[in-house]
Design a protein around this ligand. Structure first.
Ligand SMILES: [Zn+2]
Ligand SMILES: [Zn+2]
Length: 439
């Protein structure tokens, strides 16, 4: 065994797994394209302050960040989540001046968190996130949720539950915060140390506590809905009405507060109801934030977004028996029949590739038998034998599915490949030399 091992909580992706990633990434591109959402790529590391906001009481910020000092003495942090860097960029580049709001971005990339690794939870995990910035409207909230859910449905996921809640505006939230403090004050003694910290910094997060989930005080805690002011109530109602008109079934979850402190109004989570998902059932979650853009020095603008863990998504697909693996068969395999034909083979290969056919050749001067085995493993459609025919400007080609073999001149080669491999090829007036059953 090699002395060099990948760090705990990381993985190498290649082969069949890579093809699953590509399937997901392709779908992300298709979806965001249709929804008129454009990609943004922000730095993998930012100044630590971008992620570590004074008021933030989340575990992520407190315990899980990969923070280091660079050679210039600056404190930098590998991004633990996608939103903060994106907002920093939105403000720094003055994208809020766009006449067309909301500005709609998506990102795909790695996040870094020092967590206990488990299935679907890695120290480097990848996220597909979407953020709509600069327009506050229930239509926007509904579109963001609908985009995410439709994406999962397009992947084939069925066991989905959409949970939604509102945290209201600042006024509603402070009233609720106070109510929670009043409620938990007398129970705090019997609750975990993290909850003591949350009690001071953000009592809403006590409702997220895994340790105290079964604590008596949880069930009897007041509900957000009792503390919503008129405006917050109306906003939420409108979001729900639009989701209904989009035929999206949602479940109101009064205890849904989400892990980050900057959320206001709509928060949501889409969970898998598949039994195999266990405690890792959340596929994506997000919410609206009112204070974040101004926090980074921008105007008082609102945004809403979600982050979806790609590794988690793969576990969910697997749990539902969805196979994302894509086969990548080879169109053409070039087989030089002797060393003296290698140069011609290489130039024919380049010519075939320049015409867009996925192709490869034997470069080791192996036996015919060994080359056939490779062709079999790579699920090749057309074999190209480069032998003595080249002296007459010809090569022997064999189409495996139709078991057709013939000699073609170099000039006819691409036409012949088109005939066999290109769906757009016009068979009605082609001059290819083929047997009828191949047509
Ligand atoms: Zn607790
Ligand atoms: Zn043809």
């Amino acid at each position: 065994m090699s002395n060099y091992q990948s760090p705990r909580g990381t993985q190498d992706v290649y082969g069949v797994n890579m093809s699953k990633w590509h399937a997901i990434e392709d779908l992300i591109r298709q979806f965001t394209h249709v929804y008129n959402v454009s990609e943004i790529r922000t730095p993998i590391f930012e100044h630590t302050e971008v992620f570590k906001r004074e008021a933030d009481s989340s575990d992520m910020v407190n315990k899980e960040m990969y923070t280091f000092t660079d050679f210039g003495g600056r404190s930098l942090t590998l991004r633990p989540e996608g939103t903060a860097g994106l907002i920093r960029s939105f403000v720094q580049n003055k994208l809020y001046t766009s006449p067309d709001l909301p500005v709609k971005f998506y990102y795909v990339g790695p996040n870094f968190r020092y967590e206990r690794p488990q299935k679907g939870r890695m120290r480097i995990h990848h996220q597909f996130g979407v953020e709509y910035l600069g327009a506050k409207s229930p239509l926007v909230d509904a579109e963001v949720i609908q985009l995410g859910v439709s994406f999962l449905q397009a992947m084939g996921l069925k066991d989905l539950k959409v949970l939604i809640n509102t945290l209201g505006d600042d006024e509603s939230r402070s009233a609720y915060r106070q109510a929670l403090k009043d409620h938990f004050a007398s129970h705090l003694e019997t609750m975990c140390p993290d909850c003591h910290r949350r009690f001071e910094q953000n009592p809403l997060r006590i409702l997220d506590c895994k340790v105290d989930a079964q604590h008596d005080a949880m069930a009897s805690a007041p509900a957000m809905s009792q503390y919503l002011n008129e405006e917050s109530r109306a906003y939420f109602k409108e979001v729900l009405n639009i989701l209904t008109s989009l035929d999206l079934t949602v479940e109101i979850s009064d205890r849904l507060v989400r892990g980050l402190d900057y959320y206001t109004h709509t928060v949501f989570e889409v969970v898998s109801s598949n039994e195999d998902m266990g405690s890792q059932s959340t596929i994506f979650g997000g919410g609206r934030y009112d204070g974040l853009i101004s926090y980074f020095g921008g105007p008082e603008m609102s945004g809403i977004g979600f982050g979806m863990g790609i590794e988690r998504l793969m576990v969910a697909a697997e749990a539902e028996g969805i196979d994302l693996a894509q086969e990548n068969p080879l169109d053409v395999y070039v087989m030089p029949l002797a060393k003296e034909y290698q140069h011609t083979a290489a130039s024919l290969l380049a010519y075939i590739r320049s015409n867009g056919y996925r192709s490869d050749m034997d470069v080791q001067g192996r036996s015919l038998k060994a080359m056939f085995k490779t062709a079999d493993r790579q699920k090749v459609s057309v074999l190209l034998f480069v032998g003595e025919e080249v002296n007459e400007g010809k090569v022997r080609v064999k189409h495996i599915p139709s078991n057709t073999q013939l000699d073609v001149s170099f000039d006819e080669l691409i036409m012949q490949l088109d005939h066999w491999l290109n769906e757009d090829h016009d068979h009605s007036n082609c001059a290819c030399q083929v047997s009828e059953e191949a047509k």
